[in-house]
Ligand binder design. Structure first.
Ligand SMILES: *Cc1c(COP(=O)(O)O)cnc(C)c1O
Length: 225
């Protein structure tokens, strides 16, 4: 994909989001597009920044650290979200680099993040990842354990949790997973719902997504790692 294709992809995704919002009677300004730029180099991201997109998602701390400080110097108002699994020993770098961390999913990580937030005086927004499909290989808190984990985050670690995130199993229809995440967020009074990717953000918007994470529909397909 050329750079212009990425800008064209961005425009198409923005239009699709507006269309979905209108179809489902939702306020389009309540839906944030997180452009997922993982694996793409700074040169591929820059035209999308120049076209006005400011919210981006990355999966790997090291990769984000290599790309984003320089891009941030040139573009104001960038908001960077970590959407990939986070090792506790990278909490320090993650707190320093990201404005939001969407993949909080275990007490050891909550503890490491709380420590760094206190130390650095910087407070990224936090989402808890929920493993709605209960897949053993996937990160996220099991739905049945969410209650206890949210309580521990608040009372034990003093963390403010803004919302929930999920990645439905690839082989399942996504809507039941989005509906479950919505139900869990309402139950716990959480306002932010990060769900929906290139293939299924329309369904996620129908079911209440406030953040959709879209990569390949903007940047093109990624080389397999
Ligand atoms: C890569 C990734 C995305 C983007 O996926 P696309 O299908 O390319 O839109 C969204 N969310 C997470 C957690 C990802 O890892």
């Amino acid at each position: 994909m050329s750079e212009n294709d990425a800008v064209e992809g961005l425009r198409q995704v923005q239009a699709s989001i507006r269309r979905s919002a209108s179809d489902y009677d939702r306020d389009p300004s309540a839906i944030t597009l997180v452009a997922v730029s993982k694996t793409f180099p700074a040169e591929a991201i820059e035209p999308v920044l120049a076209a006005g997109q400011r919210v981006f998602g990355e999966n790997y701390v090291q990769e984000a650290k290599a790309k984003w400080p320089a891009l941030r110097e040139r573009y104001d108002g960038v908001e960077l979200h970590l959407i990939g699994p986070l090792q506790s020993n990278k909490a320090k770098e993650a707190v320093a680099l990201f404005d939001a961390i969407q993949t909080l999913d275990r007490p050891s990580l909550a503890e490491a993040l709380a420590k760094e937030i206190a130390k650095q005086g910087k407070k990224p927004r936090l989402l808890v990842q929920v493993n709605t499909g209960e897949e053993p290989q996937k990160g996220g808190v099991a739905p049945s354990e969410l209650d206890a984990f949210l309580n521990a985050c608040r009372s034990q670690y003093g963390l403010e949790i803004e919302g929930l995130m999920c990645i439905p199993p690839a082989e399942d229809p996504p809507s039941p997973h989005f509906a479950l995440l919505n139900t869990l967020a309402r139950k716990h009074g959480l306002k932010t719902l990060s769900m929906g990717m290139s293939a299924d953000f329309d369904a996620a918007i129908q079911l209440g997504a406030t953040h959709v994470r879209v990569g390949s529909a903007i940047f093109g397909s990624r080389a397999k790692a």
